[in-house]
Design a protein around this ligand. Structure first.
Ligand SMILES: CC/C=C\C/C=C\C/C=C\C/C=C\C/C=C\C/C=C/C(=O)SCCNC(=O)CCNC(=O)[C@H](O)C(C)(C)COP(=O)(O)OP(=O)(O)OC[C@H]1O[C@@H](n2cnc3c(N)ncnc32)[C@H](O)[C@@H]1OP(=O)(O)O
Ligand SMILES: Cc1cc2nc3c(=O)[nH]c(=O)nc-3n(C[C@H](O)[C@H](O)[C@H](O)COP(=O)(O)OP(=O)(O)OC[C@H]3O[C@@H](n4cnc5c(N)ncnc54)[C@H](O)[C@@H]3O)c2cc1C
Length: 607
């Protein structure tokens, strides 16, 4: 019935202050503003163009271009990827050749594979591109740099001479990402003034002299680092949306279990449902907290860069690349699992889950393919280990590698299931697992004469070691979050339950790592799983309140299964009748195509 809260009985079970949990989840308010910018982003993509200008343009260039971009007097596209290259930025083929006679750069797409391909907004709406092209001066190639290129007239929006632009066509399913005009672009000797090369990091003088950057060249990748750390926050939003829908529906849905006329069992009470759903609920909170930490780490990096302190740049790259990879994979797989947790109705568009999945899953690819990103983390870990011999003391997220020798001797001292609730016990196990996996890779790498050959040969193991490292970061940041002062009845206790679920679920899922590295015994693995089952029982009465704490409106969730009031069945039915197919009883084409078949005379008893 309208106006009735069908989940009130669930909400009354909450053992914590939901208002405080909402504040803990919301964290810094700007994160929400960011997300709402993102929700506009799917239709447009100024959010990379502007940061890229800030990162790569001189003050003078920023004064010229930022006001135009901020006021949408120009619409920009971050135009880097090409038909032939995306991951390998240094392999991009578009050229920007300096012409000293005219003090211009000539942009050209020398091959088909040099066609710019995928940039958001490029297909129909962008008036300007921040095009990444190989800087060529006197036939010498100085590598990839950024260039501002006008694509369309600001009067009639027609493409300018030498510019061929198109949309790259429909994408995955009918998802909302098809509102994004990812485009293609071919340059045919397009001339731009020299001052439209972004020259904050490196310059080209009027005489055509190349002035190399006096800061790490990787700062030219700064926009990707910025977006990757934003994407981690986005993963917490996407996963929490799906978890909210599937948790509420799991409390509404009843199937089997009726005795003597009693109500059937709520599917949320099945242990299999809990074992699939509650780790995702815990992961949403874990990703949110690590995104908060990553954002503060990134802001600290920016301050350091202002002071020409590049000391945390390598770690920032590794953390943004690795956490982007891990969290988007968890979120994308989690959204699909949430669909399955809702049974058949999860496959309905009105559940909100197919659309969420279709829009979200490219996050595993854009801003860096997830495997390529983990390989970057692996490079960083191997480099860190190689420097141990020279006495380099790792700090920050690799500090544990400074204790590698000690961790190589580690054996968990867990005796009882509840020992796994101790944060230090968990962190030690995760540190030992990550250290041993990385050290084993380093050991194996040392057997290769050519380190690059070794890296390629061992890349699958290296990805697993990088994954263990990133999971350790997320577990550690969840633990650190709970060391903060968090008020409110039962809030910290509930977050503690989620922290333990997150860590022990990962331990159970990757039990092979923990056993093969001899960090824990099979018995200790068994006790961890015992404890996990007990934790699910502790979350159960709080599950609805924990997803209420995400504070999502029904409009935002756009899901009949995830409605706040749990009034699912009438709304499912109502939503179905909105389908145009139900405007008529007899479907189009029936009389022309189906009825003649039905009217066919029977021949010898056969149609
Ligand atoms: C857009 C919205 C933003 C925010 C607001 C809203 C909401 C956010 C939520 C979601 C986002 C919403 C929408 C996004 C949707 C679509 C947009 C998508 C855009 C794109 O996809 S843009 C294109 C992205 N492309 C990539 O990511 C390419 C990936 N490839 C690379 O990054 C590089 O090619 C790679 C793999 C790093 C290799 O580079 P390179 O060959 O130059 O380096 P090496 O591997 O040889 O390493 C050399 C050395 O350099 C270090 N290093 C590499 N990269 C970096 C870096 N970025 N920073 C610092 N250091 C770096 C590396 O570690 C090595 O160091 P070493 O010598 O070993 O010490
Ligand atoms: C929805 C969407 C929006 C996008 N928006 C933009 C945008 O606005 N601007 C822009 O410039 N680009 C954009 N892109 C492009 C995106 O950045 C690239 O697709 C992404 O970086 C992956 O590169 P790729 O396509 O070359 O993949 P590839 O690198 O070709 O990946 C193919 C396979 O090769 C593997 N692989 C590649 N290299 C290695 C290696 N060294 N070792 C092991 N395995 C490897 C990958 O893991 C993957 O399995 C967008 C893409 C999508 C899907």
């Amino acid at each position: 019935m309208e106006g009735v809260d069908h989940l009130a009985h669930e909400r009354n079970k909450a053992q914590f202050d939901v208002a405080v949990m909402k504040a803990v989840w919301a964290g810094s308010r700007d994160a929400y503003e960011l997300f709402h910018r993102f929700s506009r982003l799917v239709a447009n993509d100024p959010e990379m163009f502007i940061p890229a200008i800030k990162a790569q343009a001189t003050e003078e260039q920023q004064k010229q271009w930022l006001p135009l971009a901020n006021k949408m007097k120009i619409i920009g596209s971050y135009t880097q990827t090409e038909l032939g290259h995306g991951s390998n930025v240094r392999g991009l083929e578009t050229t920007a050749t300096f012409d000293p006679k005219t003090d211009e750069f000539v942009l050209n797409s020398p091959t088909l594979t040099a066609t710019k391909w995928w940039p958001g907004g490029l297909g129909k709406i962008a008036t300007h591109a921040l095009a990444h092209a190989r800087l060529i001066i006197d036939d010498k190639d100085y590598g990839v740099h950024g260039f501002l290129v006008q694509l369309r007239s600001l009067d009639d929006h027609l493409t300018l001479p030498g510019i061929t632009i198109g949309d790259i066509g429909m994408k995955y399913g009918s998802g909302a990402y098809n509102t994004m005009d990812n485009g293609s672009l071919i340059f045919d000797h397009v001339r731009i003034p020299r001052n439209q090369m972004l020259m904050r990091l490196s310059q080209v003088t009027r005489e055509g002299k190349y002035v190399p950057s006096n800061v790490p060249r990787q700062l030219s990748y700064g926009t990707m680092v910025y977006v990757r750390q934003k994407i981690v926050f986005d993963a917490s939003i996407a996963l929490s949306r799906a978890v909210c829908i599937s948790t509420r529906y799991s409390a509404v849905r009843r199937q089997f279990g009726s005795h003597n006329g009693s109500p059937e069992t709520q599917v949320i009470d099945y242990k299999t449902q809990q074992a699939r759903l509650f780790p995702l609920l815990a992961s949403a909170y874990a990703i949110r907290f690590v995104s908060e930490w990553l954002n503060s780490f990134y802001k600290d990096l920016l301050q350091r860069l202002e002071a020409k302190d590049f000391s945390t740049l390598p770690e920032a790259h590794a953390c943004t690349a690795g956490l982007k990879s891990i969290t988007t994979s968890v979120a994308a797989d989690g959204i699909e699992e949430c669909r399955k947790l809702c049974g058949g109705h999860g496959y309905l568009t009105s559940s909100g889950l197919p659309e969420l999945s279709a829009v979200y899953i490219p996050a595993c690819t854009y801003e860096g393919d997830n495997v390529v990103m983990l390989l970057q983390v692996a490079r960083y870990l191997m480099k860190t280990i190689s420097q141990l011999k020279s006495g380099n003391k790792p700090v920050g997220t690799t500090a544990y590698l400074g204790r590698a020798e000690q961790l190589m001797q580690y054996h968990s001292d867990v005796l009882r299931a509840e020992d796994w609730l101790k944060p230090n016990v968990v962190v030690e196990a995760f540190e030992a697992r990550a250290a041993r996996m990385s050290m084993a890779c380093a050991q194996n790498l040392s057997k290769f004469n050519n380190p690059e050959d070794g890296f390629q040969e061992l890349s699958a193991d290296l990805v697993e070691a990088a994954t263990a490292h990133c999971q350790l970061i997320i577990v550690s940041k969840f633990i650190e979050k709970l060391q903060q002062d968090i008020p409110g009845k039962g809030v910290k206790e509930q977050l503690g339950v989620l922290r333990s679920i997150y860590a022990l679920f990962l331990l159970h899922k990757h039990i092979g790592d923990f056993l093969s590295t001899d960090c824990i015994t099979p018995k200790q693995g068994y006790l961890a799983n015992e404890q996990l089952r007990s934790l699910y029982s502790q979350v159960r009465p709080n599950a609805i309140a924990l997803v209420d704490a995400f504070n999502y409106t029904d409009h935002f969730l756009s899901s009949v299964l995830g409605r706040y009031d749990g009034n699912v069945y009438p709304k499912l039915y109502e939503e179905a009748w909105k389908d145009p197919l139900n405007d008529t009883s007899i479907p189009d084409g029936f009389h022309e195509y189906v009825q003649p078949m039905l009217k066919q005379p029977l021949h010898h008893g056969r149609l």
